[in-house]
Design a protein around this ligand. Structure first.
Ligand SMILES: [Zn+2]
Length: 299
């Protein structure tokens, strides 16, 4: 049974809502993203974000969680404008991405752990998640400092810590690291685990209590959606349906139809979710898109 949510709220960019108000939720998106790691594939236009978000809304989403953190073109007022124009509940992120996204002279590199923790904490007045990032099979010194600062902020305001895993690597050890820093596994969301579609490994992480987020539908040149559906079926079979979240992670200009690309922000709701319902049933879909996000993002 899901834990009781008495008194918990989900913090959107336009204020707190009750978990039951969240509704069908795309758990990982980026309405704006500017990073040297994706030169030429950046986007920051509010009107285009509204255009794109309208398609997601029309496909049945009621909420999205935007994982763009500090320094990467994040625009909290822009997110609020999109929310207002579309009616979507939008959760914004404080925190920082992994090392590669910040130039060697970026000012966040000079901030101390305490300084970052204070900054994350004050931003949690308006943001609903704390983003951190790890590299491929490695945690760089900058990333380790961000993890420690995120844990310190979490100790003051218990927002979920949302982790970028590179190709799904190191999930279990990152949850362990956060645990040693005082963050319970139930408050940790691991993104991109489907990049390493290994149900056995992820089942162990889910058994420890962490959230598993699958967010790679529509990346046909890397893997078919059937790979993700098989992973969901396998994890559900192993008893971890209550730990699964799903998102589109439409994190490139070239993935947005408003910029002339594809498959578009609505792919996860317009294409993937109906297929999940046909192949794995509506009850599982309801858990993954409605019940689980209401628990994972509430604090
Ligand atoms: Zn992302």
């Amino acid at each position: 049974m899901p834990p009781i949510l008495d008194g918990r709220r989900i913090r959107t960019v336009r204020g707190d809502i009750a978990p039951a108000e969240l509704g069908p939720c795309d758990a990982h998106e980026h309405l704006f993203l500017v990073t040297p790691a994706q030169a030429g594939d950046e986007y920051d236009d509010v009107d285009k974000a509204i255009e794109e978000a309208r398609t997601l809304r029309a496909a049945g989403a009621n909420a999205l969680v935007d994982w763009t953190p500090i320094g990467l073109g994040r625009d909290l007022d822009g997110l609020a404008a999109v929310s207002e124009a579309t009616g979507l509940h939008i959760v914004g992120a404080t925190g920082l991405h992994r090392d590669i996204h910040y130039r060697s002279d970026h000012p966040v590199r000079d901030e101390t752990e305490d300084g970052l923790a204070d900054r994350f904490t004050s931003e949690l007045e308006r943001c609903g998640i704390i983003k951190v990032g790890a590299s491929y099979h490695a945690l760089k010194p900058f990333e380790a400092r961000v993890f420690a600062a995120a844990a310190a902020a979490h100790a003051r305001i218990a927002a979920p810590i949302c982790v970028h895993t590179e190709q799904g690597t190191m999930g279990g050890s990152l949850v362990e690291r956060l645990g040693k820093l005082g963050v319970p596994p139930e408050r940790v969301v691991l993104a991109h685990v489907d990049r390493n579609p290994d149900a056995g490994e992820h089942a162990e992480t889910a058994a420890a209590g962490a959230w598993l987020q699958l967010d790679g539908p529509g990346r046909t040149k890397y893997w078919p959606d059937s790979t993700i559906l098989a992973l969901i079926a396998d994890l559900a079979e192993r008893g971890h349906a209550d730990r699964l979240l799903l998102g589109g992670d439409t994190g490139r200009r070239s993935m947005m139809r408003a910029y002339g690309g594809g498959p578009g922000l609505d792919y996860v709701f317009a294409r993937f979710k109906p297929r999940l319902e046909r192949e794995l049933g509506t009850e599982l879909s309801e858990r993954i898109f409605v019940a689980n996000p209401a628990r994972a993002f509430a604090f």
